[in-house]
Ligand binder design. Structure first.
Ligand SMILES: *Cc1c(COP(=O)(O)O)cnc(C)c1O
Length: 361
């Protein structure tokens, strides 16, 4: 029998079992064509239809307005850290960034290579245990854009609100919370997300960009990093990551079957309430994040007695709970509970944590 663990990995993360089974069934012979999606031309009508369907399903899920392009790109979210300024900020311009943790910091450092970066708001005063409220931000009058990170995957802080920045394009790194609940795409200039958290396999990054922001790139912007080139070529200027695109398409279909993003929101709300609720109810575990900034997707927690960390992880693994070790920069534990990690996985985790507390508390 195939063994499937409860996988709380931060990324590449768990994928829906149903999707993996379909991929397995179709691997050798996709839709009676006698070959795998991995082995077909991206210029052929089969792949073009598959790619367009995946895009349409994503548009449906997020209600993407018609004046936005949806791009399927490579290089992960980290490459977007450079691609954003290369496309939206010229030498003499500046951009506002909101600092909320490690991923925002990386985006800031990369953008600073191309122009002036103003850190307009920072969670530093809260030890990055909360996102800074918009009343604390000092936005520039003439910024090329405002960038923020809607969910800090490592720190476990998330915005449960969308900033208001007037006419300045709002750019968001949504890598670890895209598709976890409904979001108003029309509030954004650019949304980008690496696939390996809530979309599909790594190797793919999805960028949703308002059309009027295309064609503003710096003159030295590499062709492969130019959003307009990608948009004009339906994300196929060169060979795209075809298998990741196909698999992402299956995840989008799966999400639709779960009731779309309203459906996901319901389950994700229950999952996080259950886990935080238990952590808050005991002295044995602790989560330091302020109530209003707690991530629904990544839940860092500590055992009050750190000497038990090793034993906790050993027992967890023996019981089929994988990847609960916190990020090396933070320590402690982290449970990533993305869309593909069901309520039953979180229920099982909480039961395990209770049992561990009973034995060692
Ligand atoms: C994982 C992650 C990244 C980096 O993604 P890569 O695809 O590895 O480059 C960036 N930002 C956030 C918020 C992430 O969770």
């Amino acid at each position: 029998m195939t063994k499937r663990a409860f996988n709380f990995c931060a990324g590449p993360a768990a994928l829906p079992e149903e999707v993996l089974k379909q991929v397995q069934a179709e691997l050798l012979d996709w839709q009676g064509k006698g070959l795998s999606v991995m082995e077909m031309s991206h210029r052929g009508s089969d792949f073009i239809a598959l790619a367009a369907e995946a895009e349409q399903d994503l548009r449906d899920l997020l209600h993407v307005p018609n004046n936005y392009k949806v791009l399927f790109l490579q290089g992960g979210a980290s490459q977007q850290f450079a691609q954003i300024p290369l496309n939206l900020m010229r030498d003499d311009q500046k951009a506002d960034y909101i600092e909320t943790g490690i991923w925002a910091r990386k985006a800031i450092e990369e953008a600073a290579r191309y122009g002036a970066v103003n850190v307009a708001g920072s969670g530093k005063v809260y030890n990055f245990f909360a996102v800074p409220g918009q009343n604390e931000w000092k936005l520039s009058k003439d910024a090329a854009y405002v960038h923020y990170t809607s969910n800090e995957t490592i720190g476990g802080v998330e915005f449960d609100w969308i900033p208001e920045v007037g006419d300045v394009p709002l750019v968001v790194d949504m890598s670890s919370d895209i598709l976890s609940r409904p979001v108003d795409v029309s509030k954004f200039g650019v949304i980008y997300a690496g696939a390996q958290k809530n979309i599909g396999p790594s190797g793919l990054v999805v960028t949703i960009i308002r059309e009027d922001l295309l064609g503003k790139e710096r003159s030295d912007c590499p062709t492969m990093l130019n959003y307009k080139v990608a948009a004009d070529n339906d994300s196929m200027y060169n060979t795209p990551p075809t298998f990741s695109w196909y698999l992402a398409g299956l995840v989008f279909k799966w999400l639709k079957k779960q009731g779309g993003l309203e459906g996901m929101k319901k389950v994700n709300q229950q999952k996080q309430e259950l886990l935080y609720g238990y952590i808050d109810s005991t002295e044995f575990y602790n989560n330091p994040i302020s109530q209003t900034s707690r991530s629904w997707m990544n839940v860092p927690f500590r055992l009050i007695d750190e000497r038990l960390d090793k034993l906790f992880l050993e027992k967890a693994e023996k019981n089929n709970f994988l990847n609960l070790k916190g990020h090396r920069s933070v320590g402690g534990m982290r449970a990533s509970i993305y869309n593909a990690v069901g309520l039953e996985a979180v229920q099982a985790l909480v039961a395990f944590m209770k049992e561990f507390e009973r034995e060692h508390g």
